[in-house]
Design a protein around this ligand. Structure first.
Ligand code: MN
Length: 489
């Protein structure tokens, strides 16, 4: 190792220790071994930017994983995440070296590499479900999102067509998944990095409007910030943390579209956010704010009493600032704030007993916590259930040769697949190639196979076909086509 290499590694390990002070010597030595293993596996490999693959990608992904507060197995998996896909390393090698848990994480993320969005809106939901079903473990989704996050940060080095495909894919697939897991910060990061590449004209238009609105609001926001500090200090007898959050460009764009580009009806471009000590102070603060500034009717939202489906909690109000524009104020506790930003990846949500009280939580075993979380009666249950593979046990996800995902019930055959792709393709299906090998129409499919339908102009539905498929859409089409045949005879 060169002097520079040693330094880079030391800096990384110091960051681990600083961010996760509870990590043991065993953790650190495991992370150190994963670091060395991945570095040597990627030796000589370059990124599109012309820099070293390990240092300029894998290491950044691991950094993001640490920033998200994840634990040792996931940090190791992040360092190793491209070894199966891009180097000679096999799953067997990894298992020998790092055990089953880390290997499964890397394997999961490698499988997700297959997902590609080809602009087919119809398949977006299938793609998202496929993503979750393959992941099997929510940590794999988080790892894939961190990987995508860094790829988006370095998108400028890729050819233009690739930039747009990846950006669109991220907005359609990755950001909604992050949202479902309550990882608000990651949602806006992914969307805002993608937006300029996905929709360049809309981005320019939005950015211009945004800059104008911000400079207009600036003075009154500063004024309000100051008097809010004084008010809350008076009410709570300490100065809570107050800051401004600016809405992301993509989120503003979506809102502008909803409001027909009427900027007057957008109050939350810049919102003031106060973080207080506990729930009762949230309501005290709200009272203090309303006794000073007149609230806009219908704009008070209590997401503490009624959290959003992904677990988001906060009080929102919009008030008339007097001489300036209407300003949105958000009030929440630190635990809520961490949860809103990091969702199920949030350390704090566990430590500050939002979901768990007084259990043995010294060792941070993430998946254990997930199970605990599932036992509780929070609305977060909804999306955590979505993340369980069981949920998808009755579904299979099969690829077209182009990489589109077709979502079918378990037991579906090549013929079902043909009809799911297109009625015309179904009608003239002669057979199919599963991973390149020709098979009969009645062959049942298994998740992750790549299926190509071989059409034959002479092929046509017969009564036998009704026994070769199980989906109602295929059966209905076949019956209709059979009826038509009889009429023409
Ligand atoms: Mn990667």
């Amino acid at each position: 190792m060169s002097e520079q290499d040693t330094k880079t590694k030391e800096t990384f390990l110091r960051k681990v220790q600083k961010t996760l002070p509870e990590s043991s010597a065993t953790d650190l030595s495991l992370i150190s071994r994963a670091y060395d293993f991945a570095k040597s596996a990627h030796e000589g490999q370059m990124r599109a930017s012309g820099t070293a693959y390990f240092e300029d990608h894998c290491l950044h992904v691991a950094d993001h994983i640490i920033d998200l507060g994840m634990d040792t197995p996931l940090i190791c998996a992040a360092l190793l995440h491209d070894t199966i896909e891009d180097t000679k390393t096999t799953a067997k090698d990894l298992q020998k070296e790092f055990g089953l848990e880390i290997t499964r994480l890397v394997e999961g993320v490698s499988k997700l590499g297959k997902i590609k969005y080809h602009g087919n809106e119809r398949h977006v939901e299938s793609l998202r479900k496929f993503f979750v079903s393959v992941a099997q473990d929510a940590r794999v989704v988080i790892l894939k999102l961190a990987d995508r996050w860094h790829n988006l940060e370095t998108l400028q080095y890729l050819p233009i067509e690739k930039q747009q495909r990846i950006a669109l894919e991220s907005i359609m697939i990755h950001a909604p998944l992050a949202s479902r897991m309550g990882m608000g910060k990651l949602v806006s990061t992914i969307n805002d990095l993608s937006f300029p590449y996905a929709y360049p004209d809309e981005y320019k238009k939005t950015k211009k409007i945004m800059d104008g609105m911000i400079s207009n609001a600036d003075v009154s926001i500063q004024k309000m910030h100051r008097s809010l500090s004084a008010d809350l200090h008076n009410t709570l007898h300490y100065l809570p943390q107050i800051d401004e959050r600016i809405k992301g460009t993509y989120s503003l764009y979506k809102k502008l579209v909803r409001k027909k580009w009427n900027t007057e009806s957008i109050y939350d471009l810049v919102a003031i956010r106060a973080i207080v000590n506990n729930v009762s102070e949230c309501y005290q603060a709200l009272g203090a704010i309303h006794s000073h500034w007149r609230p806009v009717p219908g704009r008070v939202k209590d997401y503490i009493a009624v959290p959003k489906p992904n677990g988001y909690q906060s009080l929102h109000t919009a008030v008339f600032s007097g001489d300036g524009p209407i300003v949105e104020i958000q009030i929440r506790t630190q635990a809520m704030h961490d949860y809103n930003e990091y969702g199920i990846a949030s350390h704090h949500s566990y430590k500050n007993n939002r979901v768990q009280k007084g259990s043995d939580k010294e060792s941070f075993a993430w998946i254990e916590q997930l199970r605990e979380l599932q036992k509780t009666n929070l609305t977060t249950n909804d999306y955590l259930t979505q993340l369980k593979t069981d949920f998808f046990q009755d579904r299979i996800f099969v690829f077209t040769p182009k990489g589109d995902v077709i979502d079918l019930p378990a037991g579906a055959t090549i013929l079902d697949f043909a009809y799911a792709v297109h009625g015309k393709i179904g009608e003239h299906a002669g057979g199919g190639r599963i991973n390149g090998k020709f098979m009969a129409l009645k062959t049942p499919l298994v998740s992750e196979q790549i299926v190509e339908i071989v059409t034959n102009p002479k092929a046509r539905p017969s009564d036998k076909w009704l026994e070769m498929c199980i989906t109602s859409s295929a059966l209905t089409s076949i019956r209709r086509q059979l009826k038509k045949q009889r009429q023409t005879i």
